[in-house]
Design a protein around this ligand. Structure first.
Ligand code: GLU
Length: 377
């Protein structure tokens, strides 16, 4: 069996607190240096393999914050945990920045909440920022924004965040690194017959029973959140690998095709899946009438919709909402996420993309609807 990571071009790697801290007491600089080294190697490629784009999702802020504040015991109260996370996040960013810089790689800090990705406008903003960072060759380092939400503190839910990021950037795969070898058919501590599941289909209900059966239920960072994260990643066509971060050189071995841990396959191809996922979110908020040239570009040439091809704009919509594209005879051709609100779209319709800045004073994108966010009907 070959690891799906071998052919993946864009990856989300999630490392849990236990893999970047000294038993929860401050950051483990040596461990982080090794992650940076492994990720630098992934980006470089080698042995005839092209480099991969990597987004890292990392916790560890609370542990570092406790250390910096001189707290020896993890507080119970959420506001104190949040305060520790805020203090510790400075350290987390510092250590990653230093360690990646040793490989000539720039990093960027992104603090996100699930709500950010549910909101259409913020979704598009986060997406364009992340894709731009990847284009620039930067490694984005994401953590939950613990100041405003506490899902990760309560549920160890950076697993879910990792999946949402995989959806957001159309990742080929999500690698969840943990301190367990992967998913077992039963709790290996209680049942000697428990076996490691090497491969399964993400979203298979039997998996949830296995993960729940391991006594983890919705514990912090339990196996169940990982199984559910795999199910979510699969919705946009991303495979998930759950593996032990204690395996030496785990990322390089996965990239070389070695099947380490549990791999949960996404059944639908990535692009089809993304379109389906977009289609699930379709609630049309407005319409643009487009000219014959633009409809040809969309339907025959697989291009994006530019403002110049827009004849008129109907309805009130915000940036990030779904709009329909209709031709001048009134036939609906496509739907997609608008990069501009209806009032902005009215101002830039029939104008060249190079004029957007002088008209609006800013540019979100050259396209009104980017091809990746467009579904043809
Ligand atoms: N996001 C938090 C962190 O980075 C949560 C981890 C935890 O609950 O320990 O530290």
């Amino acid at each position: 069996m070959r690891s799906v990571i071998a052919d993946a071009k864009r990856l989300v790697v999630k490392v849990g607190s236990s893999l970047v801290t000294n038993d929860g007491r401050g950051l483990d600089d040596v461990a982080i240096a090794r992650w940076a080294e492994q990720i630098a190697a992934l980006r470089k490629g080698g042995d005839g393999r092209p480099g991969k784009e990597v987004v890292l999702v990392s916790s560890g802020a609370i542990a570092e914050g406790m250390q910096r504040l001189g707290w020896s015991r993890r507080p119970r109260e959420l506001p104190e945990l949040q305060a520790a996370a805020a203090v510790g996040q400075m350290g987390l960013a510092q250590v990653y920045e230093t360690r990646f810089a040793e490989h000539g790689i720039r990093t960027a800090q992104i603090l996100l909440t699930h709500g950010d990705l549910a909101d259409r406008e913020r979704y598009l903003n986060a997406r364009s920022t992340l894709l731009t960072l990847l284009d620039l060759g930067v490694v984005p380092i994401i953590n939950e924004n613990d100041t405003v939400v506490t899902d990760e503190i309560k549920f160890g839910d950076n697993d879910t965040l990792g999946a949402l990021v995989a959806n957001l950037i159309e990742g080929d795969a999500l690698i969840i690194l943990t301190d367990q070898a992967g998913l077992y058919t039963a709790d290996p501590r209680k049942n000697p017959a428990a076996e490691l599941v090497k491969e399964a289909v993400a979203g298979d209900e039997a998996l949830e029973a296995m993960a729940g059966g391991a006594g983890t239920s919705i514990g912090r960072g339990g196996m169940l959140t990982k199984i559910l994260a795999a199910k979510r990643s699969a919705k946009s066509g991303a495979h998930t690998v759950i593996a032990s971060g204690r395996e030496p050189n785990v990322l390089a071995r996965l990239a070389a095709g070695e099947a380490v841990g549990t791999q949960l396959l996404a059944r639908t191809a990535r692009l089809t899946a993304r379109k389906q996922w977009l289609a699930d979110h379709l609630q049309v908020r407005g319409r643009v009438v487009i000219d014959a040239g633009a409809s040809k570009k969309l339907t025959e040439e697989g291009k994006s919709l530019l403002p110049i091809g827009v004849v008129s704009v109907e309805g009130n919509f915000a940036r990030g909402e779904v709009i329909a594209c209709v031709d001048e005879a009134g036939h609906e051709i496509a739907r997609g996420l608008s990069n501009y609100s209806s009032s902005e779209a009215r101002l830039i319709r029939r104008r060249a993309s190079s004029e957007i800045e002088s008209i609006l004073g800013f540019v979100h994108a050259a396209e009104l609807i980017h091809r990746d966010n467009l579904v043809l009907l």
